[in-house]
Design a protein around this ligand. Sequence first.
Ligand code: ADP
Ligand code: MG
Ligand code: ZN
Length: 482
Amino acid sequence: MLDQYEPVIGLEIHAELLTESKMFCGCRVVAADVEPEPNTAVCPVCLGMPGMLPVINRRAVEFALRVALALNCTVQPRNVFARKNYFYPDLPKGYQISQYELPIGRYGWLDITLPGGETKRIGVRRVHMEEDTGKLTHLEAGGSLVDYNRSGVPLLEIVSEPDIRSGEEARAYAARIRQILRYLEVNSGDMEKGVLRVEPNISIRPRGSASYGTRIELKNLNSFRALAEGTEFELRRQAALLDGGGRVVQETRGWHDARRETFSQRLKEEAEDYRYFVEPDLPPLHIDEAWIEAVRAALPELPQAREARYVETFGLTPYEAGVLADDRRVAEWYDAAVAAGGQPKALANWILNDLFRLLNERGRRIEEIPLAPGALVELLRLVDEGAINVTTGRDVLAEMVDGGREPREIVAARGLGQISDEAALTALIDQIIADNPGPLASYRGGKESLLGWFVGQVMRATRGQANPALVNELVRRQLGVK
Ligand code: ADP
Ligand code: MG
Ligand code: ZN
């Protein structure tokens, strides 16, 4: 059904910027997870009182610059703000200050990784600065409430080229953008709280066609799953429409999360007339080369570059590299551990398997625990040297995560050193064999799996501290295995 059509998808992503104050006034930006009294973080500027003048937040421009550069955009040296006029109660001024003809970033791109592992480049048409609107709450009994705490919060809009061809690609692109925003520390990436809003424009066209079909814009997607599913649903709906001789109407549709389907929200009037014009209250904003270069130089190594480095220089699998590079704090911690002399592959294993489990159990983030990267390196050295075995190593790690003590200290204080004393272990094994005539008889009768049982008894008797390879060898010897 969909086979004869080519999906054409472009994403508009709105990201609230994590600045301390709003875009054009000194009001504080209230974090999305705090629920302050409505209309307490407001002033005459963000309430749109006549005669009030906006002042550009330099920090917001810097954040926008970070994103534009990270997305490979050409930065506009002369930025102009524009008024986007429309009437709706969430917008007290009757217009939103945005950027129109001269956005801060243009002609960018982002590479996404598809499930098969191949890479695809998606064009980034523009990155522009604007201000968020207030929030309306419609009451069941009728009437609406409005909260202007969010009014004037710096907002970045990232618009892709219509290069995306499936729900899966849309998800991969949006996830990369989110990851980069988090790396740049300009947005928390919380789609559920609405600080990151992803809106795909979706159309289909007959394969081989040079022109685009009519598109719809999909809203209220509050997760990546909803983005992928909603997009796929919409592609199927449009194909069925065209197959049935109908046509797609240009409109804004919503995603019904429970019913897993899209529904019409409002028709888009032929040309939405926002009567854009240059914001007369703000002068053009010049971004000089020195500022651009300073921001560029301060960018962190981005996730994709990190992943490639981990695979190429450290020999990690793409999966391991992806997980370690996903969160900037984890990646920096890992890099610090390698710099402290750790073996990259072994460190990756311990972090992904053991440290992540411990963090999960404790509900903590890596930057919140007292474990220093060098201390993990030290622990792995103890395991490597045979001073402790792997099982003990895991116990020690848990204690390090909680208490921040050095591994050698913990091993010494708790007497956890690995037992490799051959004579002592042999005596213990003989004792265990003598104490268990039943299993011994079964073993002699041919039940060879009992060899492992005897090894287990020795490990238990030594509380896991015996050198497992040595115990294995000695048990075989004492049982007379050749
Ligand atoms: P608007 O100003 O109406 O939002 P834009 O031209 O800025 O429209 O495009 C918004 C988004 O829609 C962009 O991501 C763009 O790539 C995408 N887009 C444009 N035309 C189509 C189309 N025919 N099908 C799917 N996406 C499209
Ligand atoms: Mg649009
Ligand atoms: Zn204000």
